[in-house]
Design a protein around this ligand. Structure first.
Ligand code: NAP
Ligand code: FE
Length: 338
């Protein structure tokens, strides 16, 4: 028995937003834009969205304060601003941090009596409709309901509700061209991690998930090196964007594993990029699972031949060169949390 469910409408291609501008009228009449500090401007996405909104006579408010690993404090600030703005839909532009933040801001903005802790009580709260425009190719946040936030103690925690599935995702690979090499690599390894972790959970049960995982893993295996040699090549960037989105569809069905959970403190407390943190944990966690169920791991990492080949791939992209010092107490505490 299996089910496949994706409520998000996906539109992909060059200039996809201006080509489909009229769709925005269906969503709302006053837009609240959520971005990081500078990349939405640098990559050209923010200006293009503002120009489309002007053409449609849709007013807007911009909240451009989302940091990497977005904090409860930023979400609550953005939520208050949204509540006061009179906006009736949210447009998120950026990497996973602004996209995840926009989901939480959308919920808090609509339910002004709530704070971030209410996102984790298991209740389904309504949210303003969300349009997601990714500028990295990694998290798949554009097609999942998940939002990963950092609480006051620095702990990363995920939530998701039916209302936080983006209503529309616009994928334009031009917006990802400005990513520097280290972000290209870290985000691609995040997508790879979603693809293989998701399939470990799925274990072949949902054939569509299996198909998407194999496709995403194969594309990242084939194209990551090529993208780094041709960083301005929009078509190669489009391959990575596609792989990241379909790996996102995988985890929308499966969630992630201990690999992600174990990586979170490395991002919160040691400044390791999220995708790199996963890559650091991946092989050891998978070898452990393979001890009990080798076929499950062999199938989940296809088309990699085996864990040695996957390990060599990760090493090629610098996973072994991450400089990390962790105390015994930290290991103890984080293992417990994981
Ligand atoms: P990110 O934290 O959104 O951004 C990392 C850096 O990349 C920022 O400095 C950002 O700049 C910059 N950047 C983004 N797009 C760029 C572009 N096109 N050109 C140049 N620089 C660009 O990175 P991310 O890896 O995409 O997201 C990581 C977050 O997503 C983590 O918090 C992680 O836990 C979460 N996550 C969520 C899911 C999910 O299912 N929702 C899955 C995995 C991970 P600005 O700050 O200026 O924007
Ligand atoms: Fe991730």
């Amino acid at each position: 028995m299996w089910k496949y469910f994706l409520p998000t409408k996906i539109f992909a291609g060059i200039e996809i937003i201006s080509e489909n501008a009229e769709l925005l009228r269906e969503v709302g009449t006053n837009a609240f834009l959520v971005t990081g500090k500078s990349s939405a401007k640098k990559c050209g996405a923010l200006d293009e969205v503002l120009s489309v909104l002007r053409g449609l006579d849709i007013p807007n408010t911009v909240f451009d304060e989302v940091e990497e690993n977005p904090s409860f404090a930023t979400i609550e600030k953005g939520g208050k601003k949204l509540s006061a703005s009179g906006c009736d839909f949210v447009i998120a532009i950026g990497g996973g941090s602004p996209l995840d933040a926009a989901k939480a801001i959308s919920v808090i903005g609509m339910n002004s009596e709530c704070d971030c802790r209410d996102l984790y009580t298991g209740q389904n709260l309504p949210a303003f409709p969300i349009i997601a425009i990714p500028t990295t190719s990694g998290t798949g946040s554009e097609v999942t309901p998940y939002s990963i936030l950092t609480d006051g103690e620095g702990t990363k925690k995920g939530f998701g509700m039916p209302s936080t599935f983006p209503y529309i995702s616009f994928l334009d690979p031009r917006y990802t061209v400005t990513m520097p090499a280290d972000i290209t690599v870290a985000t691609a390894l995040d997508a790879l991690s979603h693809s293989v972790e998701g399939e470990v959970v799925n274990n072949g049960k949902n054939p569509l998930v299996k198909m998407l995982s194999r496709e995403a893993t194969g594309i990242i295996k084939e194209f990551l090196g090529k993208v780094l040699m041709n960083e301005d090549n929009v078509s190669l960037r489009g391959q990575m964007q596609y792989a990241s989105t379909i790996a996102g569809i995988v985890i929308a069905h499966t969630g992630t594993t201990a690999v992600h959970a174990a990586g979170y403190p490395l991002s919160s407390f040691k400044g390791v990029r999220h995708g790199m943190a996963n890559a650091l944990m991946l092989i050891k966690v998978f070898r452990r699972i393979a001890n009990a169920d080798p076929e499950r791991i062999a199938s989940a990492i296809e088309p990699f031949e085996d864990l040695d080949e996957l390990n060599a791939f990760l090493k090629k992209f610098g996973v072994e060169r991450v400089d990390l010092r962790i105390s015994d107490e930290e290991i103890e505490k984080w293992s417990e949390q994981t």
